[in-house]
Design a protein around this ligand. Structure first.
Ligand code: MD3
Ligand code: FE
Length: 217
């Protein structure tokens, strides 16, 4: 039944926008499960609360963070690392909800990376004025796996640079429901988030939540 209305629905491809070699933006990819994601994130925060960590240089980060999964990303005066235990609660990080794991795998597949099995999910909480300065993600053992990031709540301007800190970053607006898959040649690109503009999101109020899925080993 070629040309049938229902065929075109069944065959519809998610919106896929190549933003760099190895980096793909999936606009609205998690809109269908937004409330499930937010509920799951609230359950994680109830167990391992958001906290502003200290960098090895002694600065307090403006982004508040927590984690779920087998290992969580932490920073303190001794350095950056992944740890199976939340230093705040002295207990393992909350388990990664199956919904998280599943969406990360499906998004990575859309980006051309089959079989992505994240063992860490960093949950970042931004409020108006909060920023994340330009950095590389290089605390993982193996850079062959992509990183999948999910944006929820207030929009952000994402800064995407090159392999040298001095490369002028391009700016992308990421809104609620957007997912980006970063792998291949983009895996070690410098990136950051510009200070969050004020606003009010119907589901999350004056906040932006970002989920970052990684394979750390
Ligand atoms: C591009 N978080 O937690 S996610 C981070 O919006 C981090 O909270 C940002 O950067 C946030 O480390 C951005 C998008 C992202 C994550 C990893 C990348 C972009 C990336 C790795 C390489 C290139
Ligand atoms: Fe990063």
């Amino acid at each position: 039944m070629t040309g049938d209305l229902f065929d075109s629905v069944a065959e519809a491809q998610p919106q896929r926008e190549a933003i760099a070699d190895g980096a793909v933006l999936l606009r609205g990819f998690v809109k269908p499960m937004e409330s499930g994601l937010i509920d799951a994130a609230r359950a994680i925060v109830a167990q391992s609360p958001f906290r502003r960590m200290t960098t090895p240089g002694g600065h307090q980060m403006s982004v508040a963070m927590t984690n779920c999964g087998e290992r969580g990303w932490i920073t303190d005066h001794t350095g950056y690392r992944y740890d199976p235990v939340d230093p705040r609660t002295a207990a393992p990080w909350p388990a990664m909800p199956p919904l998280f794991c599943d969406l990360a795998r499906r998004a990575a597949e859309q980006g051309g990376f089959e079989g992505f099995a994240p063992d860490a999910c960093l949950v970042n909480c931004y409020e108006p004025g909060t920023r994340l300065s330009l950095h590389q993600d290089k605390d993982e053992l193996d850079y062959s796996a992509p990183i999948v990031s999910v944006s929820l709540g207030l929009p952000a301007t994402f800064l995407f640079g090159g392999l040298a800190r001095s490369d002028k970053p391009r700016r992308f607006r990421l809104v609620h429901g957007d997912v980006v898959v970063w792998g291949g040649a983009s895996r070690l690109a410098y990136h950051g988030v510009a200070p969050l503009a004020d606003g009010e999101h119907p589901l999350l109020g004056r906040k932006r939540i970002n989920l970052t899925f990684r394979r750390t080993r």
